[in-house]
Design a protein around this ligand. Structure first.
Ligand code: 5GP
Ligand code: ZN
Length: 113
């Protein structure tokens, strides 16, 4: 399987690392939509939210824990931020390795659809 985010985790494609531990990797989005735009991903390949199950969901809770930690470190925990995961074509998912956008550092537009 040729997955761009799996290759980033392996270091085959360069990225600006923000955080890493045994199960999670976080790096700056290549095309930032906000002053802070970090992608937080599980190291295990999960294609999208559609593939989250009782067996692999622990990493999702951990990702939210890391989102809170990074928001604090990046100085946006008090001003506010958004954590978003797009699933499938209608949501605009372009990379099919589950990822959570951590966005902040400006007043974000409120657009649900
Ligand atoms: P999606 O649209 O699937 O929710 O988000 C995919 C995100 O991955 C986009 O914001 C895009 O800019 C980012 N992205 C795609 N390829 C790369 C890459 O090679 N490096 C980095 N750092 N980000 C990438
Ligand atoms: Zn992958």
């Amino acid at each position: 399987m040729d997955c761009i985010f799996c290759r980033i985790i392996k270091g085959e494609i360069p990225s600006t690392k923000v955080y890493e531990d045994e199960t999670v990797y976080a790096f700056k989005d290549i095309n930032p939509m906000a002053p802070v735009h970090v992608l937080i991903i599980p190291k295990v390949h999960i294609a999208s939210i559609n593939e989250v199950t009782a067996e692999n969901s622990a990493v999702i809770a951990h990702i939210y824990e890391i989102a809170a930690k990074l928001a604090k470190e990046l100085g946006i925990s008090e001003s506010g931020y958004r954590v978003v995961s797009n699933c499938g074509a209608d949501a605009g998912q372009t990379v099919f390795h589950l990822h959570f956008h951590l966005l902040g550092g400006t007043k974000l537009k409120v657009e649900m659809c």
